[in-house]
Design a binder for this molecule. Sequence first.
Ligand SMILES: O=C(O)CCC(=O)C(=O)O
Ligand SMILES: [Fe+2]
Length: 286
Amino acid sequence: MAPTGTSMEAYNGHEVPKVASIKTLADSAALTFVPSEYTYTKNPNEQGDANDPEHSIPILIFPFSHQDLLINEQKDFLKVIVHPQFNSLYKPAGYSEVSLEFSKRTREVATEMLKGISESLGLEGHYIVKAMNWDRGLQILAANYYPACPQPDKAIGLPPHTDHGLVTLLIQNEMGGLEVKHKDQWVLVNVAPGAFVVTIGDQMQILTKDKYKSIWHRAVVNNKATRISIAVPRGPSLDTPALPIPELLEREGQAPKYIGMTYEKFIASPAALIKPFLDHLRVKHN
Ligand SMILES: O=C(O)CCC(=O)C(=O)O
Ligand SMILES: [Fe+2]
């Protein structure tokens, strides 16, 4: 889905709103800053002290200068919950406004994706949106910063994983590095400049009875220049249990494949970090 410079993009019969201007927003937001310039606060209008718990905000994993020596993970990152409550940083100036707009626009694009997926399954366009309480769904803004690494073959930017939610939109600077697993091989994703990559997450796999499978992916580093990516994972509301869509089960006459679990529990489970977690939720048939 590459922006064309026009404000509308056709996607599977749907109008995807203003993709090109989202790219512009991404350029003017996190893509131009190095992580140490960020400072965070609970309320964007307050001056916050990062070490003061009173001012800590619902950031899932924080903060920069994280390097996991065990897996030699070469990146810094920031993860901020931007929906259903919007959280922000008060530095750099202007970040808050831009990230609010960016989050809103990417949400609109993700909504169109969900409509396309619902229809591709023979369901009414708003089916998944309604079933997953999408309006209250969890949305995270994850900025990943991968400095150039002198020995890229001995390091990894982000280890292999699948995303938890329904869909993730990802945009990167001019440096490639996203790889997806295809037929047991890691394949570099060749992203057109300014394009978003859309990946499927675990909740979508459960919901669609494995018709849309969550994708294993990882980020590799390079020795030439810093790579920055912004991922926007978007999931159901935290209190929504993902279960295979009843209409699909009825139509195809199969037993449910998964035990329902709220998204909150799913995320909180340490096992959710590894894909076989989906196997634990699978109903066993003898
Ligand atoms: O940087 C990338 O290309 C991958 C980022 C990613 O997978 C994530 O943040 O979940
Ligand atoms: Fe990811």
